[in-house]
Design a protein around this ligand. Structure first.
Ligand SMILES: NC(=O)c1ccc[n+]([C@@H]2O[C@H](COP(=O)([O-])OP(=O)(O)OC[C@H]3O[C@@H](n4cnc5c(N)ncnc54)[C@H](OP(=O)(O)O)[C@@H]3O)[C@@H](O)[C@H]2O)c1
Length: 326
């Protein structure tokens, strides 16, 4: 198994787990930020540091900008924290407004303006990594390259990556760039299993129904592209959230996770994340909890990933699929 994360191989000193900040700032409904939002952000940052998490994931759209604003207020009050962090944000999604439906926008003008907004809200001069949030059907790689080259030259962004892209899209964009794409953030968890099923169900019709194209995992691994998992806690399904209305196999998986956690004297969160991190791609979970106790409950995941046997890993996979692998 590779010993270092792909990000480390690119010279980026990132923690094995990142804290996703989508839940900061009060959510998606409009409203002014208040002291309670700053408190929440500060407590989450402190819990993350306690758990050994030093990388933070944002997007310009989270909370319509208020997630970055709440976090940035903490950096304004405590600027010494900035150098202890790896900051990642995303752009490229434009939310619906009075005139237009939601759309994607990888135009040079939009990317440049988005980064200026991100830096202002986060109270920082640079971000470590900028991800293009979702593939833009109208993407023109040369135009994107112009924007990213300008951002790197100005020092506003140090590295670039993508999110929710398949291998063909990554290759298409990469051929226009003279710097490597360092990350791809995808929906991967013990609950959303498409990323695994596609590879396991080769030459089966059931394997064709999933959205991970041929070789996406392998492409990222072979090209040192850090796979980051969004939604890695399965929104709490296997670690204590009410399972009312969930199918039987989700309940059975939650019970298996709880049993393993008891036997290994750890938390359910550490088992759920440890399972993802046991994969040889050195997947980096981007946890979305804002609850300090839950953030701390994730800390043991690194150790659990190293302790997890093949048998335990496949038992969890089979349970979570609900249908045994062939
Ligand atoms: N690239 C993309 O397209 C994309 C899309 C979505 C998200 N993301 C990123 O990925 C991060 C994580 O995504 P996510 O939030 O969907 O995933 P997650 O980490 O699987 O779930 C976190 C959510 O589940 C709740 N939760 C966790 N454990 C719980 C429990 N035991 N009981 C009740 N609720 C529980 C959390 O609430 P509490 O805060 O109350 O703990 C939070 O709302 C985001 O913050 C964002 O940075 C990226």
């Amino acid at each position: 198994m590779a010993q270092t994360m792909p990000l480390e191989q690119r010279g980026i000193t990132a923690s094995r787990i990142a804290l996703g900040c989508m839940g900061l700032g009060g959510g998606w409904q409009a409203g002014a930020l208040a002291e309670e939002h700053y408190d929440q952000a500060e407590r989450a940052i402190e819990a993350a540091f306690e758990a050994g998490i030093t990388m933070f994931d944002h997007a310009d759209i989270y909370g319509r900008g208020r997630s970055e604003q709440a976090f940035g207020e903490i950096l304004r009050r405590r600027p010494e924290l900035r150098e202890r962090m790896v900051l990642q944000s995303k752009c490229g999604i434009r939310l619906a407004d009075d005139r237009h439906a939601q759309r994607y926008d990888f135009s040079k003008a939009h990317i440049l303006a988005s980064v200026d907004g991100i830096l202002e809200r986060l109270h920082t001069d640079y971000i470590d990594i900028l991800l293009l949030h979702r593939p833009d059907a109208l993407m023109e790689p040369e135009e994107v390259a112009e924007a990213l080259t300008a951002l790197k030259a100005s020092g506003k962004v140090r590295h670039f990556g993508v999110s929710n892209m398949h291998a063909g899209q990554i290759r298409f964009l990469q051929q226009a760039l003279d710097m490597p794409l360092v990350a791809n953030q995808l929906d991967m968890s013990l609950y959303h299993l498409d990323w695994l099923d596609h590879g396991v169900l080769v030459n089966r019709r059931s394997g064709e129904a999933v959205g991970f194209d041929q070789g996406l995992m392998e492409h990222c691994q072979m090209n040192n592209i850090q796979l980051q998992a969004w939604g890695p806690l399965a929104q709490g399904r296997f670690s204590g959230r009410s399972l009312e209305g969930e199918p039987e196999h989700v309940r059975a998986t939650a019970e298996l996770v709880a049993r393993l956690a008891r036997e290994k004297e750890t938390t359910a969160e550490a088992i759920v994340l440890g399972w993802l991190m046991r994969h040889p791609a050195r997947i980096q979970p981007v946890i979305g909890t804002t609850n300090p106790d839950r953030i701390r409950a994730c800390a043991d995941a690194v150790r659990q990933s190293e302790l997890m046997t093949r048998e335990e890993w496949y038992d969890l996979y089979n349970a979570a699929r609900g249908v045994k692998i062939p």
